[in-house]
Write a protein that binds this ligand. Structure first.
Ligand SMILES: NC(=O)c1ccc[n+]([C@@H]2O[C@H](COP(=O)([O-])OP(=O)(O)OC[C@H]3O[C@@H](n4cnc5c(N)ncnc54)[C@H](OP(=O)(O)O)[C@@H]3O)[C@@H](O)[C@H]2O)c1
Length: 317
């Protein structure tokens, strides 16, 4: 075959591929300009959101943002004193909103978690309704370590904190979320860049893969069953929080702007979405760069994190 006759075909293929990639990226970028549809879950003005891991970091950021957008909030955590202090802060900043707390350690939960449904009903009362569950609690206990240096308890705690508790509390609260007319509830699961499968945080990384798959499956199930509950996952990159002590910059936001960005994505039409525009831009590199380059960069970053952690620990001594 005459090789010259191939030239236009290859150009056409190249142009088509470029157009497709441009279209895909533009479609994703537009998401960051769309208005949030969060208000659809508070039509009565007396709706409640429950945020897990709400005493600090991104969880508390979600609580501040939800109150500022007219929701009553239930803060979940394990420390009664810290919960009371955070509830007071919200009451002072948003006196027109109702704020309550739910105390429960996420490590090693048992069947008693079923009683959370009644506890939530008691808080929301007859006139109110739980319409949002944000599964935020999570994080790694020990970063930058190899799997075999973790103990039996370390592995279980990481799985409990990031996957098991989230699944159980969603199971328990789904009936409450689906009460009412039309689109009555939203489950928002906090995922992570780590779901790509990162070294030195292998268990944590895998639990975030669980979060993504659980989100997709539950979203499809709620749709098929016409539960009136929307299910989404917010993918999060580096954010400066008490649990992740790094310097803040454009690519490393503070917790409240991250939470605000996450709530702004509600109703964008995607089941899993990067919460924050600049994290999305970073995420593109994971789509297009060869995995071996990314893994080299990740290993270097993990070693750097380990070194800085050790230096900080030495200074504290
Ligand atoms: N920060 C990041 O860079 C980043 C990146 C990607 C994804 N994420 C995800 O974002 C979410 C929030 O992360 P974060 O950095 O904001 O976390 P954080 O600052 O460590 O805060 C975690 C919250 O969870 C609570 N918590 C921890 N262990 C608990 C337990 N056993 N029982 C009940 N509550 C418990 C903490 O309460 P106490 O105050 O009692 O400790 C705190 O309120 C997590 O799902 C994390 O995986 C974070």
């Amino acid at each position: 075959m005459d090789p010259i006759s191939w030239t236009p075909n290859l150009s056409t293929i190249g142009f088509a591929a470029l157009s497709y990639v441009t279209y895909k990226l533009a479609r994703q970028a537009i998401i960051y300009l769309l208005p949030s549809k969060l208000a659809r879950y508070n039509r009565t003005g007396n709706n409640w959101a429950l945020v897990t891991g709400a005493t600090d970091g991104i969880g508390f950021g979600f609580c501040q943002e939800l109150c500022s957008r007219g929701f009553n909030v239930i803060l979940h955590g394990r420390n009664a004193e810290k919960l009371a202090k955070r509830a007071q802060e919200l009451n002072a900043a948003f006196p027109e909103r109702n704020v309550d707390t739910l105390i429960l350690d996420v490590i090693g939960v048992d069947e008693s978690i079923d009683s959370v449904a009644q506890q939530v009903r008691d808080i929301t009362g007859n006139n109110g309704k739980l319409s949002i569950l944000i599964n935020n609690v999570g994080g790694e206990l020990r970063t930058s370590v190899t799997l075999d240096t973790l103990t039996f308890a370390d592995v279980n705690e990481t799985i409990d904190k990031n996957a098991r508790f989230m699944t159980q509390i969603t199971r328990v609260l789904l009936p409450l979320l689906s009460e009412g007319e039309g689109r009555s509830g939203l489950v928002l699961n906090v995922s992570s860049l780590s779901q790509w499968g990162l070294p030195y945080v292998s268990v944590y990384s895998a639990t975030k893969g669980f979060v993504d798959t659980f989100t997709r499956a539950l979203e499809a199930e709620c749709n098929a069953e016409k539960r009136g509950v929307d299910v989404m996952a917010l993918r999060v990159g580096q954010t400066k929080t008490p649990g992740y002590d790094v310097d803040s910059n454009l690519f490393v936001p503070l917790p409240r702007p991250l939470a605000k960005a996450g709530l702004d994505r509600v109703g964008c039409g995607e089941v899993i979405v990067w919460a924050y525009f600049w994290h999305w831009l970073q995420g593109i590199s994971f789509e297009i760069m060869p995995r071996w380059i990314l893994m080299r960069a990740t290993v270097a970053a993990m070693m750097d994190m380990k070194r800085k952690g050790q230096e900080k620990a030495l200074k504290r001594q």
